[in-house]
Design a protein around this ligand. Structure first.
Ligand code: ATP
Ligand code: MG
Length: 173
């Protein structure tokens, strides 16, 4: 049977320089679980799940109407959430990040996309299926967030692949 859906989510990609620094630090720690690939590091803004392929154009057009400000993001807490997701989180969530998520959520609702009912929890996953539960301060990885993207998530032989289907700039503050 043909699967005419795309598994989609909006996210902040982790820029290459910060991804390299984060992975170098992570790999120097003794975390267990399955390490997330460097190219896959991201912070999810809204998880759409399986969407009909013919809805893609409407989603791309919707994202282009989001007007949000660029901001500085600092990930300075190491936490474990859910069932063994070792993550970096911001100690302080920038209000611009919350406004961006709210803008996307409102527009998705208007398009009839139902999001997970759990509240938004900003996190960047470093390792999955970990048995240990480290919690501590992290070095404080920071970058200027100046865009958000729509990813298509696909399962591939060695894990998961995210393809960028669209990218939108955030305006200078
Ligand atoms: P895999 O599930 O194959 O191990 P993955 O979790 O990286 O890989 P997806 O399940 O497609 O890939 O998820 C993409 C992103 O969306 C991840 O950041 C994931 O944590 C997040 N996500 C997945 N499901 C939900 C959900 N129900 N609510 C909120 N975020 C979700
Ligand atoms: Mg998943």
């Amino acid at each position: 049977m043909i699967d005419d859906t795309l598994r989609l989510f909006f996210a902040l990609p982790c820029p290459p320089e910060q991804a390299a620094a984060i992975c170098a630090w992570r790999d120097s720690q003794d975390f267990d679980g399955r390490a997330v690939a460097r190219d896959n590091l991201h912070l999810t803004l809204a998880f759409l799940g399986a969407q009909p392929t013919h809805h893609l154009d409407a989603l791309l057009q919707m994202a282009a109407t989001v007007q949000a400000e660029a901001f500085s993001l600092t990930l300075d807490r190491l936490t474990t959430i859910g069932k063994g997701f070792i993550c970096l989180q911001p100690g302080t969530t920038p209000p611009e990040l919350l406004r961006l998520v709210a803008a996307l959520s409102e527009r998705l609702a208007a398009l009839g996309v139902v999001l997970d009912c759990r509240p938004f929890l900003p996190h960047l996953t470093l390792s999955r299926q970990a048995r240990s539960r480290p919690q501590k301060l992290a070095p404080g990885f920071a970058w200027q967030v100046d865009r958000f993207v729509l990813y298509r998530s696909s399962n591939v032989a060695d894990g998961v692949r995210y393809d960028e289907l669209g990218s939108w700039s955030l305006s200078a503050p």
